[in-house]
Design a protein around this ligand. Structure first.
Ligand SMILES: Cc1ncc(COP(=O)(O)O)c(C=O)c1O
Length: 504
């Protein structure tokens, strides 16, 4: 029977091993060492093609601007470009990387809340499609910079749409309480003030309703908000915007295995297991807006419009797998004597096992851990910590874990998992005890040091955020090319990398 996490022609089981695009994950781990990130070129291209399908459901141009912050390794940017993706960048550094990776100014949008003058200059000089403006202060700064350079900066104003989604509180970006953007009234004032500016082309409005949004409906609210603003701006200032930017946030199914063996609070489960089609959400949103425009006799404002989206994780998350080796293990007495972290299905299964065991005269604890007379947890300590998967600590993010060596085996044995860092928070469960992550991970029986495990869906916001805490070498990254060849796209740190920037 195929596993819930398998993805045809991408993540599969062969000879019991995890295969990534047909390449043995264990062989890669042996060759390049772990932790190791493995990316699939075919999957990245597949994901971009999936997002580009939205062009078929809107009657306007569509720009798919991959959010580089999710992962801006040069090889990844190049694959995105080859796949026909464009780019959203967030700093002068990302802009520099994008240009180096071969993107042209017209393929770039420049975002960010604290832009410095040198970054604004670089964006104007690169001729980016739009600088996404975060405040009125920043708009004045861009105008002054463009004036000094005697250039015209193309801008889009980021709005606070006050749309809440079912995502993690830390990923809500469209509320009054979030730090991003300006109020629609402020934006309208700016359109009045700068509409005749020689140095600013006021081209669009932008918003981003947050990341990993579990439902499609907020995208309709978001596009309606953008269109209402476009219409109001036109009616009040006569300015006709050329683009609307709907942001990113399309979800990835991180849970994969939604069998309820793993226990999550319902809201967490819905967020991690989310998986609607972006083009379907956009189709519904577009139809709603077209109808609104028709009713207000403003359909002409949709003509010649360009719609932008800025997907990050939906391009790169499931294209990346993190391979890790178990380096240590230990047993600990169970604190509560209770199995926590399992769903009803698993509890029922365990209950049945216990009943059978009692009938056979075995004490319960021996069933829980056959090797020990007392109930205990088996801990596995891996070489992948939150220094390479930061979201696991900051957002209690769930990455599904399997054995790469025994991918085809039953995963029913519970273990407590932790990374290698000298930091109590470096664990794969919720150390704060708020139940945002399962307490246990299910793997095959008898996992011991040396076994290679795989954390799935690790491509987004991992490598982009990694750091050398505890003097740990940043990992190597390989790309499985469409041809099947494997290329090293980032070498593992060496000792010298730990002190490269130290001057003393
Ligand atoms: C403005 C903006 N656009 C796009 C994204 C990408 O979001 P996601 O990776 O969820 O698609 C983000 C991420 O937070 C963002 O802040």
């Amino acid at each position: 029977m195929s596993k819930a996490w398998e993805i045809e022609q991408f993540l599969t089981v062969g000879d019991g091993n995890l295969l990534i695009d047909g390449v043995s994950a264990v062989a890669l781990a042996r060759e390049y060492g772990t932790p190791l990130f493995v990316f699939s070129e075919a999957r990245i291209k597949h994901n971009i093609a999936r997002l580009k399908r939205a062009a078929e459901v809107v009657d306007c141009r569509l720009k798919v601007c991959y959010a580089a912050k999710a992962n801006s390794l040069m090889a990844i940017l190049r694959v995105v470009r080859e796949a026909g993706g464009e780019l959203e960048v967030n700093s002068g550094g990302e802009l520099w990387k994008a240009l180096k990776a071969g993107f042209t100014g017209d393929q770039l949008i420049f975002n960010g809340t604290s832009k410095e003058v040198w970054e604004i200059e670089a964006a104007i000089e690169a001729g980016v499609y739009a600088i996404q403006v975060d405040s009125l202060y920043e708009l004045a700064l861009i105008e002054a910079t463009a004036r000094r350079l005697n250039r015209r900066a193309r801008v889009s104003l980021r709005l606070v749409p006050e749309i809440e989604t079912g995502t993690h509180s830390g990923l809500q970006t469209a509320l009054l309480t979030s730090k991003f953007g300006m109020m629609p009234d402020e934006a309208l004032g700016a359109f009045h003030e700068y509409k005749d500016s020689e140095f600013l082309a006021l081209d669009g409005v932008h918003l981003h309703i947050g990341s990993q949004n579990p439902e499609a409906e907020p995208y309709t609210d978001a596009l309606r908000t953008l269109f209402e603003n476009l219409e109001k701006i036109y009616r009040e200032t006569g300015l006709r915007l050329s683009h609307l930017n709907l942001g990113g946030g399309f979800p990835v199914n991180y849970l994969r295995d939604n069998s309820h063996e793993i226990e999550f609070p319902q809201a967490q489960r819905e967020m991690f297991a989310a998986g609607f089609e972006p083009s379907e959400a956009i189709r519904r949103a577009w139809e709603f807006v077209r109808e609104t425009a028709r009713r207000s006799n403003a359909e002409n404002l949709l003509a010649d419009l360009t719609l932008l989206i800025e997907p990050g994780r939906s391009v790169i998350a499931d294209a990346g797998v993190c391979l890790t080796t178990v380096r240590n293990h230990k047993e600990r007495p169970l604190m509560s004597g209770e199995w926590r972290g399992f769903g009803e299905e698993e509890k029922r299964r365990r209950g049945e096992e216990e009943t059978e065991a009692s009938a056979a005269g075995n004490p319960k604890s021996e069933i829980r851990n056959p090797k020990s007379q007392m109930a205990s947890d088996v801990w596995l300590l891996t070489d992948a910590g939150f220094n390479i998967l930061l979201s696991m600590e900051t957002y209690k993010w769930y990455y599904h874990l399997i054995s790469a060596e025994r991918a085809g085996a039953e995963h029913h044995t519970p273990y407590k998992l932790a990374g290698p860092l000298c930091d109590g928070g470096d664990v794969y469960f919720d150390i704060e005890g708020e139940g945002r992550l399962p307490d246990y991970r299910l793997l095959p029986e008898g996992v011991a040091p040396g076994e290679v495990l795989a954390l799935l869906n690790c491509g987004a916001y991992s490598i982009a955020q990694m750091f050398q805490y505890n003097g740990r070498f940043l990992p190597a990254v390989v790309l499985v090319r469409e041809s099947g060849a494997v290329e090293l796209i980032r070498r593992r740190d060496a000792f010298e990398d730990l002190i490269n920037n130290d001057l003393w």
